[in-house]
Design a protein around this ligand. Structure first.
Ligand SMILES: Nc1ncnc2c1ncn2[C@@H]1O[C@H](COP(=O)(O)OP(=O)(O)O)[C@@H](O)[C@H]1O
Ligand code: SF4
Ligand SMILES: [Mg+2]
Length: 359
């Protein structure tokens, strides 16, 4: 098999919790990311899903070097990038770009669209010499479905969906290989979400991009992801191919998340089981011992308190090759179909691009 384009091992980000003003004393740590492993293949989309606060954005920020990991490695084409500096770091940063969650706050309101999209060229003039920039920015506007004549307009003159298209154009400016999209549609109206996802889907083929696509809801990443990883309290608890996660989940947390996903088909909805989790997500400053999900898990037993479940194919599935045999960090992993499988016809319909109209 080819080497993954990105490989993350043992990634940790702990923010120190301090007390005192003059003599700061560390009294603990916010364990925002607490041991994350995954690989991303070239041309692939890996969805990362989990409730708010589970550490998704912190993972994203470490990948694009906005945060330094406390521990662990991030390998880009086999080379650990966490220790790079200078020219080598610039080259890597150029190839891993981020699209941010909120297009309302991530675009500078005082800059024109042309300046926003072309800003990365200031740091990487080798990609677009000064005289060539305007044309390059206009090409990018066209590529994301916006009128190239809008180049001198300001962000407030655009709708939310259009602003996210501007954010995507900026992310593409340096022609990266990897895009880390941190909840790129969460702030948008439901009607506009599908258009932006379809745009990302089309751009992936056009520019041979690899995506890390972050969302808080399993339904959003369903049609764009090849594989999906489910995060809980700083760790990935289950990861596998799209069908393995949606149709054959074995981790109780994934099963609970799936049971809350909107099901459009009324008949399927009726047959779906709702799993209501008790209690709140524990604080990342005070992570439960053993399995970190145990305080909310309806299957928890003594072993769950004592022993950390590792992210691997559970022993009971190791000898079989079916869709249940994927990585799941649970001592008592069991296959459970929560959502009835989709009919292929409807899926096709939903995946079609809805044109480049406003939004
Ligand atoms: N700079 C920071 N200092 C302290 N805690 C932080 C910082 N950034 C994030 N956190 C905490 O880390 C946890 C994970 O945050 P985040 O990665 O933003 O989660 P998500 O994107 O999944 O909602 C949260 O509890 C958050 O409050
Ligand atoms: S290891 Fe135990 S507490 Fe954790 S998910 Fe599995 S059954 Fe639940
Ligand atoms: Mg976030």
């Amino acid at each position: 098999m080819a080497e993954p384009i990105l490989e993350v091992s043992g990634l940790v980000k702990h923010y120190p919790l301090t007390q005192g003003i003059v003599f700061k004393k560390q009294i603990g740590a916010v364990k925002a990311v607490d041991g994350v492993d995954f690989a991303l293949d070239k041309g692939e989309t890996l969805g990362i899903v989990g409730e708010s606060g589970c550490g998704k954005s912190t993972v994203a920020k470490m990948l694009v070097n906005l945060e330094k990991p406390t521990a662990g490695s991030i390998k880009y084409k086999g080379e650990d990038i966490t220790a790079l500096s200078g020219r080598a770091l610039r080259t890597v940063r150029r190839n891993i770009q981020m699209v941010f969650q909120d297009p309302y706050t991530s675009l500078n309101p005082r800059m024109t669209v042309g300046d926003i999209i072309g800003e990365p060229y200031e740091i990487h003039p080798e990609v677009a010499p000064k005289g060539d920039r305007r044309r390059k920015v206009q090409d990018l506007l066209d590529v994301v479905g916006l009128n190239p004549e809008y180049i001198n307009r300001y962000p407030h003159q655009f709708s939310g969906g259009q602003r996210q298209r501007i954010g995507i154009a900026r992310g593409l400016a340096l022609r990266p290989e990897i895009i880390v999209a941190d909840e790129p549609v969460s702030a948008l109206d439901v009607s506009v979400q599908a258009q932006v996802i379809n745009l990302l889907d089309r751009l992936q083929t056009e520019f041979e991009l690899s995506y890390l696509f972050i969302a808080h809801d399993l339904s959003i990443v369903r049609h764009i992801s090849d594989r999906v990883g489910v995060m809980y309290l700083g760790r990935i608890v289950e990861i596998g191919r799209d069908a393995e996660i949606y149709d054959h989940p074995t981790h109780p947390y994934t099963q609970a998340l799936l049971s809350a996903v909107p099901v459009p088909d009324p008949e399927a909805r009726e047959h779906r089981e709702r799993i209501i989790l008790s209690g709140d997500v524990p604080s990342p400053t005070n992570v439960p011992s053993g399995c970190r999900f145990r305080t909310r898990c309806w299957k928890a037993q003594e072993r769950c308190e004592l022993e950390v479940p590792l992210l691997a194919v559970p022993a009971e599935f190791r000898l079989m090759s079916g869709p249940a045999a994927h990585d799941s960090a649970c001592h008592f992993a069991e296959e459970k179909q929560v959502v009835p499988p989709e009919e292929p016809g409807r899926q096709q319909e939903e995946a079609g691009e809805h044109g480049n109209g406003p939004g």
